[in-house]
Design a protein around this ligand. Structure first.
Ligand code: PSV
Ligand code: MN
Length: 388
């Protein structure tokens, strides 16, 4: 049986990075429903992230998205973060919201557009230098909508050239996290549609390039945990953009649509050393809270990751290995299902209490009065939103 004290230590040490855009307004292409008290500046987003960290104790890092979180003084933003017990995490580049990018960014047929995109990526590394961030997260909306629209292989070469220029600029402690997504906004080809393409580019670049698995970026039915096991085995799993989905890239709260899938993913992570701090796997959220209250939704998501992790840690490894070696299919499956079926909420409550936290972060947040305070104070100005 797993050693419960050791399980608790891992749980207490696990970190989840929250996204600045999760605190802003978001929606679909049909409607964005504004919410009261939504931050108006990147500083206010950090104030909310600080509350999530205060009640969960495991979310000290916040990912930024540039230019959504552009400020004049990144040193001041980093200081604001530090005062709230936070650090600035991954810098997400954005080369998908400018008119010039209609036919792509780093894969665009016109070299001047490609240059502009690369300039932005390099600016993101400058920002990392100023904020102390170590991770540059790259997702490209590049692709085509119609057969024949552009040369598939030519676009790969343009992509490789741009990535090499950015890789060259990275500091010793900085890395590229390269993200893939099978479709959207492009509908025919996407230039980085899958883990294999991302992995091939990372291999060409070098050790400081790793793949990031956004759990909403696969075709339905894809075995994500297989990808995770493989990338960990190759030393190329840089991190996760956690969210969950029923249909496409729904960006719902992680673990809400398919908690069993999240458990299977965390089992492979745990099994293959991905929870060791030396593996440096970034457990990030990439979610949008369109209709639910944002801060409690982030807290709930963090708890969902913790619950899946706790269940994965409870897998009886010795029993599993013995059953696998004996070819005992049913016994091996039963070991996994026993762990998955365990109610780990009492264990996590204990872990929180041992850290001096309230065992119920959602209730603690609700009782804190923060939601009422921001609704009263954050009036006037322009609320931050996905894409703004
Ligand atoms: C693209 O769908 C994506 O997952 C990328 O990570 C973007 O940067 C992010 O969403 C924006 O929400
Ligand atoms: Mn993502």
């Amino acid at each position: 049986m797993p050693d419960i004290a050791a399980v608790k230590t891992v749980l207490a040490g696990q970190r989840v990075e929250t996204p600045s855009w999760g605190y802003g307004n978001s929606g679909t292409r049909f409607k964005v429903f504004p919410q009261q008290g939504v931050p108006r500046t990147p500083f206010e987003k950090l104030d909310d992230a600080g509350k999530v960290h205060e009640f969960t104790g495991v979310t000290p890092k916040v990912s930024l998205h540039i230019p959504w979180d552009r400020v004049d003084d990144y040193g001041a933003l980093a200081k604001h973060a530090k005062e709230r017990g936070l650090q600035l995490g991954a810098i997400n580049a954005n080369v998908f919201q400018d008119d010039d990018y209609k036919l792509g960014s780093v894969c665009h047929p016109d070299a001047s557009v490609r240059r502009k995109a690369v300039q932005h990526l390099l600016e993101c590394v400058d920002i990392m230098d100023a904020t102390g961030s170590t991770d540059l997260k790259l997702w490209f909306a590049d692709g085509t909508n119609y057969p024949g629209q552009d040369d598939i292989r030519g676009r790969q070469d343009r992509l490789a050239e741009a990535l090499a220029a950015v890789y060259e600029r990275l500091g010793d402690d900085q890395r590229i996290l390269l993200e893939y997504k099978f479709f959207e906004p492009a509908f025919y080809t996407t230039d980085i549609p899958d883990w294999g393409t991302a992995y091939a580019h990372c291999l060409k670049l070098g050790d400081k390039a790793q793949v990031v698995v956004d759990t909403g970026h696969h075709a339905p039915g894809t075995n994500i945990e297989f990808i995770v096991a493989l990338l960990l085995n190759e030393g190329r799993l840089g991190g996760f953009d956690f969210n969950s989905r029923f249909y496409a890239d729904d960006d719902l709260m992680v673990g809400s649509a398919d908690p069993f899938q999240l458990f299977r993913i965390m089992h492979e992570v745990s099994q293959n050393g991905g929870l060791d701090t030396s593996a440096n796997v970034a457990f990030m959220l990439d979610q949008c809270h369109n209709i639910e209250a944002k801060i409690p939704a982030v807290i709930r998501s963090v708890m969902n990751v913790q619950e899946a992790t706790a269940k994965a840690l409870l897998v009886d490894r010795n029993a599993l290995t013995a059953a696998q070696r004996a070819g005992d299919v049913l016994a091996a499956n039963a070991v996994l299902m026993d762990a998955y079926s365990t109610d780990v909420r009492p264990l996590l409550r204990e872990v929180r209490e041992e850290q001096g936290l309230n065992p119920d972060p959602v209730a603690a947040y609700a009782a804190s009065g923060w939601q009422e305070q921001i609704a009263a104070e954050r009036v006037g100005g322009k609320q931050a939103g996905w894409g703004a």
